[in-house]
Design a protein around this ligand. Structure first.
Ligand code: GUN
Length: 294
């Protein structure tokens, strides 16, 4: 049985950062501009804390500007909208990110709509999602954009393949399916979206040449869901309790051990898709800064 190849997001993200160095230097030399990100976090969800910390740490490492705006769990929607309006007008910030999920009393759509599309480096604003759908993207959501970059870097051409996406969120599944089905190089796949309403899931996943798992179900996808030589992209980052000091370990939506020797390639968790999401956020913020001088 052939060994399953590991698709490292760490390696691809390092290549992205190296390629961004010249663009960041040009912004500094020609315009005295430093790309800046405002990250807004509401409440104290430990996973969101880690994500935002990892994002802002990377901005610091690249000598970019980032600020984290921490708001308490009980912040009203109006207070949050007011914060966003201030950030929309602040020239220090080229990108604004509101970490999701938000507390239940806040309407996520209203909040996303309040970010001006030119600073929506997450690519979640309906204008940006619409542009992506129309094949004229501005900012592409970071996780699916990063996945496309892993495929291209690994010389995996989706053209003509059957790509099955598990999950239909606006953050991952929906934009992922749009990117995979575009009529362009390193895309052009036949694409199926599956979700919680899909019956006979295995019948469909077993047809996948490329399987993108973005369900948020720890280790659900095992060898019974796949055919030989499938390429698996594992988007899940799930905390499951264990005996370690931290009290948990991170696992994906795929049972990594179960698919070994059957799948052709797989992204690991951690170290697969996660680093790419951050790299694409940096890239989108650099693009946002560049667009001011284009
Ligand atoms: N929550 C989970 N993923 C993301 C992301 O990519 N961006 C934001 N803002 N929140 C998230």
């Amino acid at each position: 049985m052939a060994e399953t190849n590991i698709l490292s997001g760490k390696v691809v993200s390092d290549a992205v950062y190296a390629a961004l160095e010249d663009r960041i230097k040009a912004l500094s030399d020609n315009h005295s501009a430093v790309p800046g990100l405002a990250a807004v976090i509401i409440g104290e969800d430990p996973a969101s804390e880690v994500y935002v910390r990892n994002k802002t740490r990377r901005f610091r490492n690249m000598n970019l500007h980032s600020e984290t705006i921490r708001l308490p769990e009980e912040t009203s929607q109006e207070e949050l909208l007011s914060t966003i309006r201030t950030l929309n007008h602040d020239p220090v910030f080229h990108g604004i990110l509101v970490q999701l999920p938000l507390p239940k009393h806040i309407d996520t759509d209203v909040v996303i709509n309040a970010i001006i599309p030119e600073k929506d480096v997450d690519g979640f604003h309906p204008e940006n999602l619409g542009r992506l759908t129309a094949g004229k993207p501005r900012f592409i959501p970071c996780t699916p954009k990063g996945i496309m970059r892993i495929l291209e870097h690994s010389h995996i051409d989706p053209s003509g393949k059957h790509a099955v996406v598990l999950g239909r969120s606006n953050i991952v599944g929906r934009p992922m399916s749009i990117l995979l089905s575009q009529k362009q190089a390193y895309s052009n796949a036949t694409t199926t979206i599956c979700h919680s309403g899909t019956s006979d899931l295995r019948v469909i996943t077993k047809q996948a040449d490329i399987l993108v798992a973005a369900l948020g179900a720890p280790e659900m996808i095992d060898d019974s869901y796949i055919k030989e030589d499938v390429i698996i992209i594992d988007v899940g980052i799930n905390r499951v309790p264990d005996d370690s000091e931290k009290g948990y370990k991170l696992v994906g939506d795929v049972n990594f051990d179960s698919v070994q020797g059957i799948a052709q390639s797989i992204t690991p968790v951690p170290g697969g898709v996660g680093p790419m999401t951050i790299a694409m956020l940096v890239e989108n913020t650099v693009e946002a800064a560049e667009s001011l001088y284009a």
